[in-house]
Write a protein that binds this ligand. Structure first.
Ligand code: PHE
Length: 338
């Protein structure tokens, strides 16, 4: 039996040495030391041996089994190593390469201007308020001293939903909304979307405004000038020329329109400022006593100013864009530039 075992061992080792793939090596291993393998049949024969020989034979079988197993494992793991090495050279990963960057979105130019306007007025102590875009005729017109038959309603082409409900034509509608629920002193800006029946290269049916108003005892026109000058200097630069022109709004008295020196030609006259050297940038004025009476503020006690500015107009000037409609086409090539 010992001699038979030695032969088996030799055979096993030579079979293993000829196994040239992992699969063949595994087959050889099973053939010799698997549950129904050669070694197993030796073990079966053990019972038939004389008792005195069993122990030595058993030990010899186990040694042979261990030797085959060890060699088979060595061979299998060397196949594994080789396979791993091969894989490392073919699908090579350069761990020093920078990771793939997630593409970063950018804020829309209109949002950017909106954000900077809000930041400047927050710095000046203004709170932010909002009102609905689908608005009552009452807040958009009547409470702003524009009764139903007022000719100045024609200044703005309105989208009506019915007799009493419309799409707000200006953020001024937020003024009476805030004032009827809060008492002075007030310093508020109201950014938002407004709608007018207008469409050409300088008008879109939807655009953005920021309203601002301040109400307290003793607020004067010079306060309005001071705040707006500060704001425009922060937005367009300290050297920007500013002028106030008399104007008319039903809800302010006196009223003004505010111009800045043309940011394109610095005042010498160009296409953008139509040769005037100035650009109209906002409407403003002292809040009309009639507006105060409507919201039950005593116009003898309180005074205030209000102003409204168009965000797209400012964005056009800041970024040098000559067609308003570009803002709303959402062409990614356009938007990427800001
Ligand atoms: N609401 C006016 C407009 O849209 C602007 C404005 C606001 C004027 C506040 C005066 C005071 O044209």
């Amino acid at each position: 039996m010992i001699a038979k075992l030695e032969n088996l061992l030799k055979e096993a080792f030579s079979d293993l040495s000829r196994a040239d793939t992992r699969e063949k090596a595994a087959q050889v291993k099973t053939r010799y030391i698997g549950r129904k393998g050669e070694i197993a049949s030796f073990l079966k024969e053990l019972g038939g041996l004389p008792a005195g020989e069993r122990k030595a034979a058993g030990e010899a079988i186990n040694q042979a089994k261990d030797a085959i197993e060890k060699e088979a494992e060595r061979l299998l793991s060397s196949f594994d190593e080789r396979e791993k090495a091969a894989r490392l050279t073919t699908d090579r990963v350069d761990v020093t390469l920078p990771g793939r960057r997630a593409p970063l979105g950018k804020r829309h130019p209109v949002t950017q201007v909106m954000d900077s306007v809000e930041a400047i007025f927050s710095g000046l102590g203004f709170d932010i308020a909002e009102g609905p875009e689908v608005e009552l005729d009452y807040y958009n017109f009547e409470a702003l001293n524009l009764p139903k038959d007022h000719p100045a309603r024609d200044m703005q082409d309105t989208f009506y939903i019915n007799e009493e409900v419309l799409l707000r034509t200006h953020t001024s509608a937020v003024q009476p909304r805030v004032m009827e629920v809060e008492r002075p002193p007030l310093r508020v800006i109201a950014p938002g979307t407004v709608y007018r029946r207008d469409s050409d290269i300088t008008h879109t049916p939807m655009f953005h405004q920021v309203e601002g108003f301040m109400v307290d005892r003793g607020v004067r026109f010079s306060d309005l000038k001071g705040i707006l000058t500060q704001f425009l200097h922060e937005l367009f630069g300290e050297d920007t020329g500013i002028r106030f022109r008399p104007s008319f709004f039903p809800f302010t008295e006196p009223s003004a329109e505010v111009d800045i020196r043309c940011v394109i030609c610095s005042g010498s006259g160009c296409r953008v400022c139509k040769g005037s050297g100035w650009l109209e940038i906002l409407g403003a004025g002292m809040i009309h006593p009639e507006v105060f009476r409507t919201v039950k503020y005593d116009p003898e006690e309180y005074t205030g100013f209000a102003f409204g500015l168009g965000i797209e107009r400012i964005a056009m000037l800041k970024f040098g864009i000559d067609d308003l409609r570009l803002f709303f086409e959402n062409d990614i090539r356009f938007l990427r530039q800001f």
